[in-house]
Ligand binder design. Structure first.
Ligand SMILES: NC(=O)c1ccc[n+]([C@@H]2O[C@H](COP(=O)([O-])OP(=O)(O)OC[C@H]3O[C@@H](n4cnc5c(N)ncnc54)[C@H](OP(=O)(O)O)[C@@H]3O)[C@@H](O)[C@H]2O)c1
Length: 276
């Protein structure tokens, strides 16, 4: 069962479905931070699906709940994963420019957002940081140890329909060459690519070398599975050679919601989690 319910409704309804024996893949935030619920980006943390065994045992459910992250945390975590694994990124400062469709329907009143930027999205900054640390965390003995990365996030709503743009400043223990970082991002692959899952993009992170990319209108559908790749540009050193700055773009309703839910279900099917 795919759930895209408002969180207040999802909390109870999704638990009832799982209790009744259904496997739920949810886009809602209600259960994302439950200790026994996996928060999935299949390229990053396929091993977190093991939490489903703990969950079923602990709750006595025949079914289970897996969740997918907040749309802003999704693109950000995908870019942080190779930066942590290859270069030991330990601090990230992020500013977002988030699309209107991220607020659902009917969303932000048109008179509030036209010719405007709104520098606050309720509960969003807390969600992005805590969810990213869980996604990037390590699984051991039925629990997730959150990533030690420290993060500062500023979330803004802008007059774009689809596609969240984020600027990232990251710090590393040693010097980092932006060209080497670009190659690491472009090479990043995960379980969905190895398993050739139907919804897996060939290249999860696409690099643009032009100074004025990525742009939501031009790049949100880039790649072999439209809307499933994160597009990165403007990769450069920050304050010194131990820091990096870049701009990333991710489709909030595809990679940031429904697309990752479908990819998660494909991974669960392939790994035998849908067999009863
Ligand atoms: N939009 C994004 O970019 C995004 C990204 C990641 C996660 N999410 C999460 O995904 C979920 C859906 O987001 P959205 O943007 O699609 O929101 P939305 O536009 O408000 O849609 C919510 C949907 O839930 C239905 N619904 C509400 N109460 C219900 C109930 N009691 N029983 C059955 N259906 C009910 C609504 O049906 P009616 O239209 O008939 O009222 C509507 O179709 C939310 O939890 C959101 O936080 C959204």
């Amino acid at each position: 069962v795919f759930s895209a319910l408002p969180s207040e409704v999802a909390a109870d309804v999704e638990a009832k479905f799982a209790e009744a024996g259904f496997t739920v893949v949810s886009e809602a935030s209600a259960h994302r931070m439950d200790a026994d619920v996996p928060l999935m980006i299949p390229e990053i943390n396929p091993g977190h699906l093991k939490l489903l065994e703990t969950q079923k045992k602990k709750r006595g459910w025949k079914g289970a709940i897996a969740t997918t992250p907040n749309c802003t945390a999704t693109g950000l975590s995908m870019v942080l994963k190779p930066l942590i694994d290859d270069f030991g990124a330990r601090k990230a400062i992020v500013t977002t420019m988030q699309a209107l469709s991220g607020a659902g329907f009917p969303g932000v009143p048109s008179l509030s957002i036209q010719e405007n930027v709104i520098p606050y999205i309720k509960n969003e900054e807390e969600k992005v940081a805590t969810e990213a640390k869980k996604i990037l965390g390590a699984y051991a003995n039925g629990t997730i140890r959150p990533s030690p990365l420290t993060m500062g996030i500023s979330c803004n709503r802008v007059a774009v329909i689809d596609g969240h743009t984020e600027t990232l400043y990251a710090e590393f223990p040693g010097e980092i060459d932006p060209k080497v970082a670009e190659r690491s991002l472009a090479r990043f692959r995960g379980a969905p690519q190895r398993l050739r899952l139907p919804t897996a993009p060939e290249q999860p992170i696409i690099i643009r070398s032009e100074n004025d990319r990525p742009q939501p209108r031009l790049d949100r559908m880039a790649g072999s599975v439209p809307g499933m790749s994160v597009v990165v540009g403007r990769v450069r050193n920050g304050m010194d050679e131990r820091s990096l700055m870049l701009t990333l773009l991710s489709h909030n309703t595809i990679r940031g919601a429904a697309g990752t839910a479908i990819l998660t279900a494909e991974l669960m099917e392939r790994e035998g989690y849908l067999e009863n």
